[in-house]
Design a protein around this ligand. Structure first.
Ligand SMILES: Cc1ncc(COP(=O)(O)O)c(C=O)c1O
Length: 429
């Protein structure tokens, strides 16, 4: 989609008391900014790459250029571009030697890819409960999950909300564990003024179509350790040696795969970087405005930034919906009413560890060989011991990042719609 100005809503004075879901006038009838937004600067280099026939990174320079630009943007020593965020996480786990039979402590409140990448290493993702106020892993729940098999901690900066990195790094250091940051939704988010994804041993990003920096597909790994980053490069490029730390090698000395980014994706990303910081500032400004207004509505609890977090990326603007303040109106009815008022929203992640795919994995021949019956029994039991995460999946409400690229009036539409549903909740009971 071409850049189009966000439309201005019709909130305020014209509000009717009847809820739109019951036939009343909606707070807002105009749409929202279409995402992704492309700019014409991408056209010429895209055509150049197309006409050159140099479409993959080993015959072009765009991926290299993007890696340098992204490293500068986030203050990382090195960045490796990958085919996706999933590919970035898989590469990071592989290079940090997360192996079959290992355990990785993971945040349960995340996109399913975070679980999948651990399972793909034939390791166990061991969940430490979520802190429902911050939506991120509760660091106080991590140590009790550490076993002799634990190899790494995989915190997720979900929606761009930074996890408590000081505590996580201290625990990792004390127990000799690696930290892989899942920053797949957290471009330019900051913890103690450092960009997230640059704090742990390795940090992973996604540039999939819906993301704040989109390229259809794509990902990146950030890191400050030359050897680790050289190994990531090798692994993502079929095991070919790469960099100064591999200068003694030739042929295929390492295990590898193909997780490379294309030149086309890099062209799109380079053109997206131009607007990334400006967009991030606007999302932040609008999110702070929403915080200040929404918190005054009973039963609406906006996210809280963890101590030390200085900036969120707002891939999602999240809040918790307390139905007891809405005369027990179920969240689904609240969301449907809000949507009818012209406000896109979602209930977000489910307690997906109950979805069945975990059983498929745990019952597989491989897992039965790798883990004792006793361990798998305890693991299954522990999936029912995530009370805060379970509650969060029942109460969360999401607004989307493109909505935060609007003007003050657009934010007022969101606030007015929530207020209207609150005031007229009895119409829904
Ligand atoms: C938290 C999180 N981790 C990992 C991923 C995987 O990224 P990708 O879709 O680029 O493979 C995503 C993407 O949606 C994500 O949101």
């Amino acid at each position: 989609m071409k850049d189009s100005k966000p439309t201005t809503g019709t909130a305020g004075k014209e509000r009717a008391n009847d809820l739109a879901i019951n036939g009343g006038k909606p707070v807002r009838t105009e749409g929202w900014l279409n995402w992704p937004v492309w700019n014409t600067d991408a056209e010429e280099p895209m055509l150049e790459v197309l006409r050159s026939g140099n479409w993959f990174r080993l015959r072009g320079s765009k991926v290299d250029e993007f890696e340098e630009a992204y490293a500068t943007l986030i203050g990382a020593k090195r960045v490796l571009a990958t085919a996706s965020g999933t590919a970035a996480l898989e590469t990071a786990l592989q290079v940090l030697e997360v192996d079959a039979g290992d355990e990785v402590i993971v945040s349960p409140y995340t996109f399913i890819a975070t679980y999948n990448v651990v399972f793909n290493q034939k390791a166990l993702p061991v969940f430490a409960d979520t802190d429902q106020e911050t939506f991120t892993i509760n660091p106080h729940k991590i140590e009790e999950k550490i076993s002799e098999r634990t190899k790494a901690i995989l915190p997720v900066h979900i929606f761009g909300l930074p996890a408590d990195m000081d505590r996580i790094m201290a625990i990792a250091q004390q127990h000799n564990l690696f930290v892989i940051e899942d920053a797949c939704q957290a471009w330019l988010a900051e913890y103690k003024d450092k960009k997230v994804g640059t704090i742990g041993d390795l940090g992973c990003f996604s540039f999939q179509n819906s993301k704040n920096i989109p390229a259809g597909e794509g990902g990146a790994i950030a890191g400050n350790d030359e050897r680790l980053m050289d190994r990531c490069h090798s692994f993502h490029n079929c095991g070919r040696p790469y960099g100064k730390t591999a200068s003694d090698f030739s042929g295929y000395p390492f295990l590898g795969g193909n997780k490379r980014m294309t030149e086309f994706e890099a062209v799109i990303l380079l053109s997206q970087l131009e607007r990334a910081e400006k967009d991030a500032d606007l999302r932040l400004e609008n999110a702070l405005y929403l915080d200040s207004k929404l918190k005054n509505i009973p039963g609406i609890i906006p996210y809280k930034l963890t101590e030390g977090a200085t900036k969120s990326a707002y891939h999602i603007y999240p809040l918790r919906y307390k139905k007891e303040c809405f005369d027990d109106l179920p969240r689904e009815k609240f969301l449907a009413a809000l949507q009818a008022e012209g406000i896109p929203c979602s209930s977000g992640y489910e307690a997906q560890y109950n979805d069945g795919f975990m059983e498929e994995v745990l019952n597989s021949r491989g897992y039965k060989k790798l883990f004792s019956e006793q361990r798998l029994k305890r693991y299954r039991e522990e999936l029912h011991e995530l009370p805060e995460n379970d509650q969060l999946t029942r109460e969360a409400v999401w607004f989307f990042q493109n909505m935060l690229l609007g003007e003050r009036q657009d934010m007022d539409d969101i606030v007015n719609a929530v207020q209207k549903v609150y005031e007229n909740r009895k119409q829904l009971l």
